[in-house]
Design a protein around this ligand. Sequence first.
Ligand SMILES: NC(=O)c1ccc[n+]([C@@H]2O[C@H](COP(=O)([O-])OP(=O)(O)OC[C@H]3O[C@@H](n4cnc5c(N)ncnc54)[C@H](O)[C@@H]3O)[C@@H](O)[C@H]2O)c1
Length: 472
Amino acid sequence: MNKTDNNNSRRKFLKKLGGSAVLAAASPSLLSAATNFADKHVQILKKRGRVPANDRINIAAIGLGIMGFGNLKAALSREGIELVSGADCYDGHLQKLNELYGSHVKTTRHYEEILDDPGIDAVIISTPDHWHARQAIAAMKKGKAVYCEKPLVHKIEEGEALIREHRNTKVAFQVGSQWASSIVIHKAKELYQQGAIGKLNFVEVYTDRFDAKGAWQYSIPPNASETTCDWRTFQGGATALPFDPVRFFRWRNYQAYGTGMAGDLFVHLFTRLHTITGSLGPERIYATGGLNYWKDGRDVADLMLGLFDYPETQQHPAFNLSLRVNFVDGSGGGDSMRLVGNEGEMVLDGNSVSIRNKKLPQAPGYGGWDTFETFPEKVQQEFVSQYNEKYQGIRPQVLSVGENIFQAPKGYDMRVDHFDDWFNAIRTKGVAIEGPEFAMRTAGPALAANISYNEKRIVHWDPSQIRQKQSS
Ligand SMILES: NC(=O)c1ccc[n+]([C@@H]2O[C@H](COP(=O)([O-])OP(=O)(O)OC[C@H]3O[C@@H](n4cnc5c(N)ncnc54)[C@H](O)[C@@H]3O)[C@@H](O)[C@H]2O)c1
C-alpha cells in the first residue's frame, strides 16, 4: 500500500465492515467477518485426501530434540508424508524416534548418511543454530528439499553462501519460523493493507517469561554421558571443549552454539512484522540488556531490548520498532505485539488479531492542563469568544470508532500450514513462503542486535542487500 493512500484505504476498510465496526465499539465481540475468517480456513485443519504414490514425500529428520519431534508431529499429520530416517547426537533421541514411529525408521548419529540416501526427498533440520547453514547447504548440494529451523544462520556471514546455493539449486526451502504461514498473521496483513490503523508509526513487541524452562534450563537426561552423546559431532566448528552435558542439552545459553535471545526470539517477531507489512527490514539497530538473574554459567543475556529504525518504502512509511525479551519478569510473563497507526492499533496474540480505532479530535480544545488556565480573566474571555467563532460545532474529543477481533478457529496450528506450504512447494516444484532471503532478513537484524549488544554500538544494516553496512 502506498502510504499516501492510507486514509483512503482506511475509509474503504470501514466501509467494507459496514455497520459492524460501529456496533463493535460498544461491546467488542467476534463479528461476522471473524466467523467467515474461521470458516474459510477451517479446512486447513483437516487432512488432505489420499495422495497418489508419486506425490509421496520421503522425509528424514536431522536433529531430534524438542523442535525436531514437534516438527515431525506436524509434518506427519499430513497425508503422503513418509518418515524414513532420523539423525541425532544423543542416542536417547534416536531410541525415542523408534518408540514413537516404529523400529523400521532408520537411525544414525551421522546426518551425512541421510544426505547420501537417494531414497530421501526432503530433510527437516532442527539442530542447534550453529549447524543450520552447514547442514542446509550440504542438503541442497545433494538435491534435497530443506525445512530448516530458525534462525537460518548462526553468523551473518553464513547467509551469502546459503542464499547462493539456494539460487543455484532452487530446491523447495522453508525456514521454520511458522508465523509466516499463520492465518492470523495473514489476516493482520490484509487488515494492514486495507488501512485499518491508518499510517503506521510504531511497533512494539514483547515476550516475557518467568520460569526456568522458559529461561532455557531444559531437563538433562540422567544417562547423559560421553557414551550416549556424540559430543564431538555436536560441537561442529565450535571450539572443542571437554564433554559438558549442560552445554549439550542447554546449548541456547552459549554463543558458541546458539544466538541468544535475539536469534531465538526476535527472529519470530521480525517474521510476523515483515509478513504483515511487507517490509525488508530495519536500517539502524541498537540493542541493550543484561544478565540479571539466570547466572548459571551462560554467556548470553536474560533481558534484551532492541530498537530498530525502519526506513520509508513502497510498502510502509518510516516507523520505529521496539522489541523486548525478559526472562525475569516478576509479573509472571506474557507476550504481545502492537502496531500503532495514526487512526488505530492492531494487537496480535498467538490466535487472534484485534483492531481498535480512534480518531483524533478535530478541534484542539482548551482548559484543564493548559496555558489557558494561566491567562487573566479578560484574556480568557477573549480567547473563548475567538475559539467558539473558529471551532463552532467541531468535535473536540477523541472519537472511538470501533473494535474488531478476528480469532483463528479452535485447534488451529500454524506449523501444520507451514508444512503444507512446504510440501506444496516440493510437489509443484514451486517456492515456499519463507525462503532463505526472507529468513536472512529476519535473522540478519536479530544477529545484528547481538553485535550491537555485545559491542555497545549502533549497527547499520542494508535491508535490500541483506548485509551489514561497512560503515558500522
Ligand atoms: N520454530 C519454532 O517455534 C522453534 C521452537 C523451538 C526451537 N526452534 C529451533 O529449533 C532448533 C532446535 O531447537 P530444540 O529446542 O529442538 O533443541 P534441542 O536441544 O532440544 O534439540 C537439538 C537436537 O539436535 C541434535 N544435534 C546437534 N548437532 C547435531 C548434528 N550435527 N546432527 C544431528 N543432530 C544434531 C542434538 O543432539 C539435539 O537432540 C533451534 O535452532 C531452535 O532455534 C524453533
